[in-house]
Design a protein around this ligand. Structure first.
Ligand code: OSB
Ligand code: MG
Length: 354
């Protein structure tokens, strides 16, 4: 799926999204899952062809005979890692299960809101004026929170320019995608002047202690993304003082059920969470919106309208109204791919009987 404009982060530039969808066909219903892997292992160790391989070779045979989505997690638990691949299988089975029972994702997960506020993740650009135009456009559309991607050379001055142009009332945060080291602590502390909601994942994925050290030097709250791979790592990061806010991405943590566990333990620890995004199509977006409707999601997520990334979505598009998106209420995800659109975009199909 072509993106409406290139999306540049500290780890690379995306101009299109190559999406792996999983359709689970049970005796009772069909369910959809969207795998959030990128084609290359540059955000996480997983990558799309790797996810396909591990699913075919190990995961799909292992889930033969499971009764429900909980059973998927249990059947795959003894396999190490590959959480995005596990997540998409669980998601598809969960969707099938919920469709058969007439329950929505939001209801199943414990959602409490009918709409969720929309934040937008704004990529690195060629120039500051170009970025200001983009941010202005998103604010005009009604986005209630702006996230700026940063990297060394595109950080303090850029944030200052956005604050000068749009004022102090805009909810603003930054995401480094691991682009810094502890040696940059003083430099990152210069961001404290701009009243940011948070700095997302400044250091390497595995550097939990480094984030705890950084949190003592920088006033702006540290929010982990890449580092949070499970409820266990989330609990550890909170305990060590490495993160005071958590970006929950269901794919990264192995699925929506683990995402809910992280929500629950963060709430118990008084740690706010928000729902991250992986440039999902309407399938993944629908489930993220449902997750974001849980009570602990007290910050706007990277939950944007379909047209943030796609001119044509594969589901009926999610359209923002007053800075919010409606939480789907229909059975399961509440949306499914539009057959003709899906067909036109499909490059390969494989049917794997379990
Ligand atoms: O770090 O949050 C991230 C997109 C792809 C990979 C990593 C990240 C992102 C985003 C969110 O910033 C984009 C979105 O889906 O809205
Ligand atoms: Mg991030």
């Amino acid at each position: 799926m072509p993106l409406v404009s290139p999306f540049r982060t500290s780890f690379g530039t995306q101009t299109e999204r190559d999406i792996l969808l999983v359709k689970a066909v049970t005796g009772h219903a069909e369910g959809w899952g969207e795998c959030v892997t990128l084609p290359d292992p540059i955000y996480s160790p997983e990558y799309t062809e790797g996810a396909v391989d591990v699913m075919k070779r190990f995961f799909i045979p292992a889930i033969a005979g499971v009764r429900d989505a909980n059973g998927v997690g249990e059947a795959l638990q003894h396999f190490k890692g590959h959480r995005m691949a596990k997540a998409v299988l669980e998601m598809a089975v969960l969707d099938a299960e919920l469709r058969a029972e007439g329950r929505s994702f939001a209801r199943e997960l414990g959602g409490v809101h009918e709409t969720v506020p929309c934040g937008v993740s704004v990529g690195i650009m060629d120039s500051v004026p170009q970025l200001l135009d983009a941010v202005g456009g998103y604010l005009d559309q009604g986005y209630v929170r702006i996230k700026l991607k940063i990297e060394p050379g595109w950080d303090v001055d850029v944030v200052r320019a956005v604050r000068e142009r749009f004022g102090d009332d805009v909810l603003l945060q930054v995401d480094a995608n691991t682009a810094y080291t502890l040696r940059d602590a003083r430099h990152l502390a210069a961001l404290d002047a701009f009243d940011l909601l948070l700095i997302e994942q400044p250091l390497e994925e595995e550097d939990i202690v480094g984030h705890a050290d950084l949190a003592k030097i920088v006033q702006t709250p540290i929010c982990l993304d890449e580092s949070i791979t499970s409820a266990q790592t989330a609990a550890a990061a909170i305990r060590l003082g490495a993160t005071s806010i958590i970006n929950i991405k269901p794919g990264r943590v192995g699925g929506y059920l683990e995402a809910r566990r992280i929500h629950d333990l963060a709430a118990a620890a008084g740690v706010p969470v928000w729902c991250g995004g992986m440039v999902e199509s309407g399938i993944g977006r629908a489930a993220n919106i449902a997750l974001a409707s849980l009570p602990g999601f007290t910050l706007p997520g990277d939950v944007s309208a379909s047209d943030r990334f796609y001119r044509t979505d594969i589901t009926p598009p999610f359209v923002m109204e007053d800075g919010h998106l409606p939480v789907p209420t229909g059975p399961g995800l509440g949306v499914a791919p539009i057959p003709e659109v899906l067909e036109e975009l499909t490059t390969a199909v494989e049917w794997l009987p379990v």
